[in-house]
Design a protein around this ligand. Structure first.
Ligand code: VGL
Ligand code: ZN
Length: 204
C-alpha cells in the first residue's frame, strides 16, 4: 500500500507568505494530479504557538535566518510563520484537500522545532504518524511539499529510519536554499531513499 504524504503545503510557505519558498506554488498542480495514484493521502501542517522559540521575534536582538541553539541543537531563526489558527497556517486553497485522510500537526512545543512529520528535532516526542501508517499497512511512502531542504528532508530521513520504502517526488517539492537541498538530496539517497519525478508514477 502506497501513501502520499503532503508536507506543509501552507499559505505561509507560498509566494507572498511569511516564510515564502521560491516557486512553492508550482508544486500544487503536480500534487493535485498525483493524488489519484495513491491508496492514501496524508498531510502535515506546521502549527506554531506565538511563543515558539524558532521565531527570531522571540530572541532579543536576533534577526530571521540567523542561527541560535535550542536544547543544544543548532537552530535557524525563522520569521514568524504558521501561527496556530491563522490563515498563514491554512493549507493552500489551491491544494485539492478532499482526499487527505488525516493531518498531523507539528511544531506545537514552543521549546523545540519540528521539521519532520514523525518527530520533533530533538526526538522528544513522536507525532504518531509512523504507527498510524503501520496500522494501515503502508510500506511505501511518497513525499511532496515544502520545504525540500527542511521539512521534506527531515520527514524523508525519519521515514527511512522507520523502515518505509521512501520516495521523494522531486518536481513536487521546492527548497528554501538550493545549496542545502543539494546536500539533503545526497543524504536521502545515501540512506536508501529514492528521488523520482511525478512522470515516473504516472507512467505505471
Ligand atoms: C519549515 C522552516 C520552519 C518547513 C517549517 O515546512 O520546511 N521550514 N518551519
Ligand atoms: Zn515552522
Amino acid at each position: 500500500m502506497k501513501v502520499l504524504l503532503l508536507v506543509d503545503i501552507q499559505n505561509d510557505f507560498m509566494p507572498g507568505g511569511a516564510l515564502a519558498v521560491p516557486e512553492g506554488d508550482l508544486i500544487i498542480p503536480v500534487v493535485n494530479s498525483l493524488q489519484s495514484q495513491f491508496d492514501l493521502v496524508m498531510a502535515t501542517q506546521d502549527w506554531h504557538p506565538a511563543s515558539h522559540k524558532s521565531f527570531a521575534s522571540n530572541h532579543e536582538g536576533k534577526n530571521p535566518f540567523e542561527m541560535t541553539e535550542l536544547l543544544g541543537l543548532p537552530q535557524v531563526l525563522w520569521p514568524d510563520h504558521c501561527l496556530q489558527g491563522t490563515s498563514g497556517a491554512d493549507l493552500a486553497p489551491a491544494l485539492e484537500a478532499n482526499k487527505i485522510e488525516a493531518i498531523f500537526r507539528k511544531g506545537t512545543n514552543p521549546d523545540i522545532d519540528s521539521y519532520s512529520g514523525f518527530y520533533d528535532n530533538g526526538r522528544l516526542k513522536s507525532t504518531g504518524l509512523a504507527d498510524y501508517l503501520r496500522g494501515k499497512g503502508v510500506m511505501q511512502l511518497y513525499l511532496a511539499g515544502l520545504a525540500a531542504d527542511y521539512c521534506v528532508y527531515y520527514s524523508a530521513i525519519d521515514a527511512l529510519q522507520e523502515g518505509f520504502e521512501t520516495f521523494v517526488i522531486e518536481n513536487a517539492i521546492r527548497a528554501i536554499s538550493q545549496e542545502s537541498y543539494a546536500a539533503a538530496r545526497n543524504d536521502i539517497q545515501e540512506k536508501g531513499g529514492k528521488i523520482i519525478q511525478s512522470s515516473d508514477l504516472l507512467a505505471n
